[in-house]
Design a protein around this ligand. Structure first.
Ligand code: 13P
Length: 249
């Protein structure tokens, strides 16, 4: 059985106080269920969130990390630093990191290796741009992104990988992929995994959809066979909306 996961990527939103308020609201509304719930606040709110969520099943992820172990990388945060405050999961490869911070497939492969060396779980994001979809190249773009960053991994490492398909044209735009578009891509990703590895591995990897998921469309998207949950941006900043999305399963 694949894990069902709903993760909230707060991006660069919420200062320390906002974060405390949102976490306390989530705590009140959260009901333990089979769906794993993760929040990814900014670095400055990670430790406080972890402390506030002690005893709850809501988990905390980081939004990024550097590939190096330590050293002269001003402004960066390492895997060991994250682990030292209890962060076990990291989001890597988000399209905003790729677009605004020039994160390439090669760089992401290094980050993946470092995270795994620190026994961290990875929510690995990828997805095509509008021009790729318009030209019918979405499958080849997605295949290339996951191949270059992940297909060097041995089978055993995949227990630490969660995939998040986030078509760039659907992020923050209000334009969601249709449930069928999401299903088609997720099925393609699973087939690609089965071809590169084995079917049992492909069947075990959770594939999340991200891009304008809201409480109003989550149920339909999550009802698709190969959609195992969501990576939520804007709607994760509101406790009621986020909890309604979690409850859409
Ligand atoms: P939105 O839900 O705001 O479209 O963002 C999706 C996303 O980028 C999550 O990582």
């Amino acid at each position: 059985m694949r894990k069902q996961i709903v993760a909230g990527n707060w991006k660069m939103n919420n200062d320390y106080v906002d974060s405390e308020i949102l976490v306390s609201k989530l705590l009140v509304q959260h009901k333990h269920s089979n769906t794993e719930v993760i929040i990814a606040p900014p670095f400055t709110n990670l430790l406080a969130s972890i402390n506030a969520l002690k005893g709850s099943s809501i988990k905390v992820a980081a939004q990024n990390m550097h590939f190096a172990e330590s050293g002269a990388y001003t402004g960066e945060v390492s895997a060991a630093m994250l682990k030292s405050i209890g962060v076990e999961t990291v989001i890597l490869g988000h399209s905003e990191r790729r677009a605004y911070f020039n994160e390439s497939d090669d760089l992401l492969a290094k980050k993946v290796d470092t995270a795994l060396a620190h026994e961290m779980r990875i929510i690995f994001c990828f997805g095509e741009e509008l021009k790729d979809r318009k030209s019918g190249n979405e499958n080849s773009v997605v295949e290339s992104q996951i191949k270059k960053a992940l297909f060097h991994l041995p089978e055993a490492d995949w227990s630490q990988i969660v995939l998040a398909y986030e078509p760039v044209w659907a992020i923050g735009t209000g334009e969601t992929a249709t449930p069928d578009q999401a299903q088609d891509m997720h099925a393609f990703i699973r087939k690609t995994l089965a071809n590169a590895y084995v079917q049992s591995l492909a069947d075990s990897v959770s594939i999340l959809y991200g891009g304008s998921v809201k409480s109003s469309n989550a149920k339909e998207i999550f009802s698709k066979t190969d959609v195992d949950g969501g990576l939520i941006g804007g709607a994760a900043l509101d406790a009621e909306h986020f909890t309604a999305i979690v409850n859409a399963f």
